[in-house]
Design a protein around this ligand. Structure first.
Ligand SMILES: Nc1ncnc2c1ncn2[C@@H]1O[C@H](COP(=O)(O)OP(=O)(O)OP(=O)(O)O)[C@@H](O)[C@H]1O
Length: 311
């Protein structure tokens, strides 16, 4: 996946040592994350408390089957990584789950309710949100306007709401307060009046995350959260990601190519190859999985990180 504005991957890392990405300001009370100790490392395995359950999800483009996931459960309160070689179907699967693409077959539930066939905006309102790399159009808006655009639906947008201005005003004020509070937490408050296009790679990633949190989701799906980020800033970005789980009890599902990042912060790793889940398990299970090593060595420039390199 590459950025819409043409920047891509680690090679396009931006920002210098002065980039304002620092540790998150968060609620004091830490939460306890999910315990997956007894879960077997095998494709399609059941989890103790899945927030998302997918069954028989298939997406074809002409003769090519991009996604063919028989069964997948994402454990609530976990950080789950979705990895796989280039073209494995990760983005397509993300797009399907969040209602931005339609499958040829299959269904899935979110928090126990059917979510397949539900439009993207309603999936988001139910608490399942994905980040997007900033499009060209969004880079021409200010940081604050980017946040407000991601706010829950304004009651004033509808006919009835237009006649009910006090309610509309209240919601606008609440959205503004939430946006400003998130911008403070992500250290972007001082940039609120700047065009989003002026942000560094790391700050863009923070804005993408902050935007997703406008609807206070239960499941946050991150699209390559570390792509284009100066390596010096990766650690503080990771702290923001782990804080979503540890301090807020959110579930995180993320696609990422950087194996050190994946192995370092994930509770669970799902490996796609040619659209299928070929392995899933704890980072240690995945590091030593023959099918995974095979899939990566066959088609990818880099194998999963060696034991111990993930920190
Ligand atoms: N709109 C489309 N039309 C035709 N083929 C597509 C389309 N979108 C994706 N594909 C194909 O589906 C397969 C899966 O692509 P996808 O982008 O989901 O993989 P990915 O795992 O996200 O890859 P990467 O890591 O390179 O971003 C690829 O072979 C891709 O070329």
């Amino acid at each position: 996946m590459s950025n819409d504005d043409g920047t891509a991957g680690r090679g396009a890392a931006e920002g210098g040592a002065d980039e304002a990405v620092s540790a998150p300001e968060l609620p004091a009370e830490p939460r306890i994350s999910v315990d997956l100790t007894g879960v077997a490392a095998e494709p399609g395995v059941a989890k103790p408390d899945p927030i998302l359950v997918a069954d028989g999800v298939r997406r074809q483009f002409g003769g090519l089957t991009a996604v063919d996931v028989a069964h997948l459960e994402v454990p609530r309160g976990s950080i789950t990584a979705l990895i796989g070689p280039n073209g494995a179907g990760k983005s397509t699967f993300f797009n399907l789950l969040t209602g931005f693409d339609r499958p040829n077959a299959g269904s899935w539930t979110f928090q126990g309710e059917r979510a397949s066939g539900v439009p993207a905006y309603r999936v988001a309102r139910r608490g399942m949100v994905r980040t997007f790399q900033l499009t060209k159009a969004l880079t021409r808006l200010t940081v604050l306007d980017n946040m407000l655009l991601a706010a829950p639906k304004q009651s004033g947008e509808g006919m009835l709401g237009a006649f009910w201005r006090p309610g509309w005003r209240r919601q606008e004020r609440e959205n503004l307060e939430r946006a400003e509070s998130l911008l403070r937490r992500f250290k972007l408050y001082d940039k609120r009046a700047d065009f989003a296009g002026t942000l560094s790679g790391g700050q863009r990633k923070l804005l993408e995350m902050a935007r997703a949190l406008m609807v206070d989701p239960a499941l946050v799906m991150l699209d390559e959260p570390m792509a284009g980020v100066n390596p010096a800033l990766v650690q503080s970005l990771l702290e923001h990601v782990t804080a979503l789980r540890d301090r807020e009890g959110k579930t995180v599902l993320f696609v990422e190519h950087d194996m050190d990042v994946v192995m370092g912060i994930s509770d669970w790793v799902v490996v796609l190859a040619q659209g299928k889940v070929i392995a899933e398990g704890r980072p240690d299970d995945i590091r030593s999985d023959a099918a995974v090593i095979d899939a990566y060595l066959g088609t990818h420039h880099g194998a999963p990180a060696e034991e111990g390199s993930g920190g």
